[in-house]
Design a protein around this ligand. Structure first.
Ligand code: HH2
Length: 259
């Protein structure tokens, strides 16, 4: 899953894909590098980010989404926490919803059920603005798995088909480095829920912290290591900015895991 952020402030690619023409070019390039789907978002959820009103999110998102839709044939997901934004994105050609709040908006799960589209349910502790303030868990792996199991059950109760549910432990969303490492190490516990697992490690700050303070542009090789181990642990969808490199890492890891 290639990442396209139609935002001015995303932590690693902010401002680069606000222009629809440039976003469409970037989308085509990611597909050429092997992306099987693309995730388009217009609200940064990086730690400390302020929420974006729906009207502003739609103003950024729709022109980019339409241009990307016209440029590539792979499925497109919309990265949003708002049902009203998801609805408009589905009308503009998106195929699935990626919700980092796992359906907190009460209209989100019924919308996906009615539209018959898949939804990614991600674990996040609290809100982006405050989620990195002293995150604490008794047992991060057990608690994240329990949360995702409960949200998947809620999605099914709302009418989402079981095979339209994807779960994501939410690397970096209200977690310390140790929490992120535990979740990557025990990806099998998330995969055991029985839904495909999506993981986003791309350029994230835990990599920088492990790599002596490396900035986002210098987290590529570390990210490849994390992608490979996530695949070995059962992750099926990797949300990445650097498609060609991460595709190679995933292909090799998958071959080893299957040998
Ligand atoms: N990470 C980010 C955004 N959306 N969605 C899922 N399902 N899983 C993730 O790990 C995930 C996500 C954050 O990364 P990015 O989009 O690069 O940054 P920003 O939130 O600053 O736009």
């Amino acid at each position: 899953m290639g990442v396209l952020n139609a935002t001015p402030d995303s932590f690693s690619d902010g401002g680069r894909h606000l222009d629809p023409g440039r976003a469409a070019e970037a989308a085509a390039a990611m597909v050429a590098e092997g992306a099987a789907l693309l995730d388009v978002g217009a609200e940064s959820t990086r730690p400390g980010a302020a929420p974006v009103p729906a009207a502003e999110e739609l103003r950024r998102l729709l022109p980019v989404l339409r241009a990307v839709r016209a440029a590539v044939r792979v499925p497109l997901s919309v990265d949003t926490r708002k049902a009203v934004v998801a609805r408009a994105a589905l009308d503009a050609g998106a195929d699935l919803v990626n919700d980092v709040s796992a359906g907190r908006d009460p209209a989100m799960l019924p919308l996906c059920a009615a539209a018959g589209v898949p939804i990614v349910l991600m674990h996040m502790r609290g809100e982006p603005a405050t989620m990195q303030q002293r995150p604490r868990y008794r047992d991060v792996v057990a608690q994240v798995a329990a949360f995702l199991g409960a949200r998947a059950a809620a999605a099914r109760r709302a009418g989402v088909a079981p095979d339209a549910i994807v779960v994501d432990p939410g690397i970096g969303f209200g977690k310390t480095v140790a929490h992120n490492l535990a979740l990557l190490r025990r990806m099998d516990a998330i995969a055991a829920l029985g839904y495909p697992v999506l993981v986003g490690v791309s350029r994230k700050s835990f990599l920088g912290q492990l790599l002596g303070g490396a900035p986002p542009a210098q987290r590529l090789f570390g990210g490849a290591a994390a992608v490979a181990l996530a695949v070995a642990g059962g992750a099926r969808i990797l949300r990445v900015h650097d498609v060609a490199a991460m595709r190679d890492a995933a292909v090799v890891a998958e071959a080893v895991a299957a040998a």
